[in-house]
Design a binder for this molecule. Structure first.
Ligand code: ARG
Length: 652
């Protein structure tokens, strides 16, 4: 029972940090702004981090006990932690190492024995080797209704077989209380996800599409974990190219307010034409350079022309976001511009900025080129902006985790910016402590020829066209399957949206983001294999099983009982229960493909259960329990879709 466990855990709030809970568990920010110098700040941050890292598992657990949930892995960790305290009382800080296992000996394994043995041997221990340590860990486990049996294997691995009753009860509890009770609990309150971030007047390319899709998923996972997420569109809306664009605008539209989207047409073509003019006409170039100065000096007419160009681009970007159902808040490069001088001055005062060939730079250990923070002409650049943005996010927005989603090509840039921030004491030294900055890199999108993705005859791929094609193909498939006669126009449209855009997203997310992936409509829209179409249909099928039963599922949840007797039922139940730790892993390691793998396996395991004649659902004497299992599968699948930004469908 859990009560006996409580006795084994050391008395709680002796240290102030043991009291921090979900609501106040990351109290860095106020102290950060109160710190008077970088070294003060560093001390505050690192002290809190050490404490936070140490106490985090305890905190998470205390909260879990309150909420009675948390992942299976975390709950087992809590039980094993209690055993470890008794088994090796002189080793107080041993983190329980718990892993799910696929072998036939158990569902989970505790792998602490070997590591512990190497720590304690020669220190006068009574144990005779890792198996004995494992045996003691097993024997010291407090009784828990979670565990059915334990055994020790090989060099001290403690295998755990979960109790079927406990598993069934936990799933039913989730059905009643909602899937939110299975959300991860990352140790941060506020995060910035900097994603999508195309450049004004330039092409929004497939790289930006990847960033949009991956960033949205990461934001969704954090939001599900009750983190406040600032979804930042760091658009490239500042820089010297605007002089050229503005001058060209004045030239083409003497009354520049008339230059609407329809008048300009394609802003990319406009950009190209103005660049041509810039490169070939010295007088124009001169005027363009003047225009930048006047724009940056804040001259009204120039600001308005700039704003207009931004607005036209924005309308174009919006079409993509609207199709994908992605929400972003724009804070472009221009927003941080006023902060740059102060931030650089601060870094200079700390002695971090040096002079190199007329430019001001920060040298970074292990990198042979320095980070240029002021160009030799006195202007600021991409790096200056990113430093100011990072400063702002940490100090003004009080973000504890700042996540940047761009192609891997920008990895070095972010690596240097983060290292500079560490030198400045804005971020702690260790990579796993908070506040933390993470670069989420991704590979290229390739065409079927294995080269960078392009459409047949044009240079660039218009993202809107690409998405429209996904939708129209999925609509055609629906019509082909005779849905035109059975469904309303609206149903066809919304299903085509869900399937088409879902397919594009899933094809991207299912790969490890660091690898390049090949864009192929036929593959992503296939209704077999690991595709969104297959998964969406699998979900719709489950919904139709429940509908066909004619039962009120709410009533079954509250009055019926879920049991996991058959092996296929138990396998499905176990997989459902692992949802919490999988999302946690996907979120901690910023890897959406982990969640995709889980979802695909879920539908496979469900099929195995459902197609087994021994597990007949409708009309069997286990109907209630099995319908509840179907419902739990549908609920978990829907949450996966939701986290992946995919709209579920309910009928096929
Ligand atoms: N605008 C950049 C690009 O298109 C991406 C910006 C990413 N975010 C950042 N804070 N640098 O490559």
């Amino acid at each position: 029972m859990l009560t006996s466990l409580t006795l084994l855990v050391p008395p709680a709030p002796t240290s102030p940090l043991l009291t921090f809970n979900r609501l106040s568990h990351f109290p860095f920010s106020p102290s950060i702004s109160a710190a008077s110098s970088a070294s003060d700040l560093l001390r505050v941050v690192s002290r809190r981090l050490v404490l936070a890292t140490k106490t985090q598992s305890i905190t998470t657990m205390a909260t879990q006990e309150e909420e009675c949930m948390g992942s299976v892995k975390a709950q087992l960790a809590k039980i094993f932690e209690a055993s470890l305290k008794v088994t090796v009382p002189n080793e107080p800080d041993v983190e329980p190492l718990i892993a799910a296992c696929t072998g036939k000996f158990g569902d989970y394994q505790c792998n602490n024995a070997m590591g512990l043995w190497s720590k304690i041997k020669g220190k006068g221990t009574q144990f005779r080797g890792p198996p004995a340590v494992g045996e003691a860990i097993k024997n010291n486990l407090p009784t828990s209704e979670m565990i059915e049996s334990c055994s020790v294997a090989g060099p001290g691995f403690v295998n755990v077989v979960l109790s079927k009753n406990w598993m069934a009860k936990s799933i039913q509890k989730m059905l009643i209380e909602g899937i939110d009770t299975w959300a991860p609990m990352p140790p941060v309150k506020t995060a910035v996800v900097d994603f999508s971030s195309p450049n004004i007047a330039k092409e929004m390319h497939v790289g930006h599409l990847r960033s949009t899709i991956i960033g949205d998923t990461l934001a969704r996972m954090l939001e599900f974990s009750k983190v406040k997420v600032l979804r930042r569109n760091h658009v490239g809306d500042w820089g010297t190219q605007f002089g050229m664009l503005i001058e060209f605008l004045f030239e083409k539209f003497p009354n520049f307010e008339d230059a609407t989207e329809t008048a300009i047409g394609d802003l990319q073509a406009f950009y190209k034409a103005s660049k041509l003019r810039f490169d070939s006409d010295p007088a124009f170039k001169e005027r363009a350079q003047q225009a930048v100065v006047r724009l940056q000096g804040g001259e009204e007419k120039y600001r308005r022309a700039w704003a207009q160009i931004c607005e036209i681009s924005r309308t174009e970007f919006h079409k993509v976001y609207q199709r994908l159902g992605v929400h972003l808040e724009e804070k472009g490069e221009s927003f941080y511009n006023p902060y740059i001088p102060g931030v650089i001055e601060g870094l200079m005062k700390q002695g971090l900025v040096e002079e190199s060939q007329g430019a001001r730079v920060i040298f970074i250990e292990g990198v042979n080129i320095p980070l240029i923070v002021v160009k030799s002409d006195g202007g600021f650049n991409y790096a200056s902006t990113d430093l100011a943005a990072l400063w702002y996010r940490l100090n003004e927005e009080k973000a504890e985790w700042i996540i940047y989603v761009t192609d891997v090509g920008q990895q070095q840039h972010f690596d240097m910016v983060f290292k500079a921030a560490k030198r400045a004491g804005w971020l702690p030294q260790g990579d796993n402590s908070y506040p933390r900055a993470s670069h989420v890199g991704f590979g290229l999108v390739l065409g079927e020829d294995g080269k960078r993705f392009r459409t047949r005859n044009t240079e660039v791929v218009r993202l809107v066209d690409l998405l429209d094609e996904a939708k129209s193909r999925s609509k055609a498939a629906l019509i082909e399957r005779g849905k035109g006669e059975q469904w309303t126009e609206e149903e066809i449209e919304s299903t085509a949206d869900a399937v088409g855009y879902g397919a594009v997203k899933y094809a991207d997310l299912k790969n490890n983001r660091l690898t390049n992936y090949t864009f192929n409509f036929d593959q992503m829209l296939n209704d077999k294999g690991n595709t969104a179409v297959y998964l969406l249909y699998a979900h719709a099928r489950i919904c139709s099983i429940i509908r066909r039963s004619g039962k009120d599922i709410e009533e079954l949840m509250n009055k019926g009982t879920l049991v996991l007797e058959h092996k296929d039922e138990r396998d499905l139940g176990l997989h459902l229960l692992q949802f919490a730790e999988v999302v946690e892993e996907a979120c901690t390691n910023l890897l959406p493909n982990v969640l995709c793998d889980y979802l695909y396996n879920l539908s496979e395991i469900f099929s195995k259960f459902y197609s087994n004649p021994e597990c007949k659902v409708i009309g069997s004497d286990k109907e209630t329990s099995r319908l509840l299992l179907c419902e739990a599968t549908a609920v978990v699948m829907r949450k996966c879709f939701n986290l992946l930004g995919i709209t579920p469908i309910y009928k096929i």
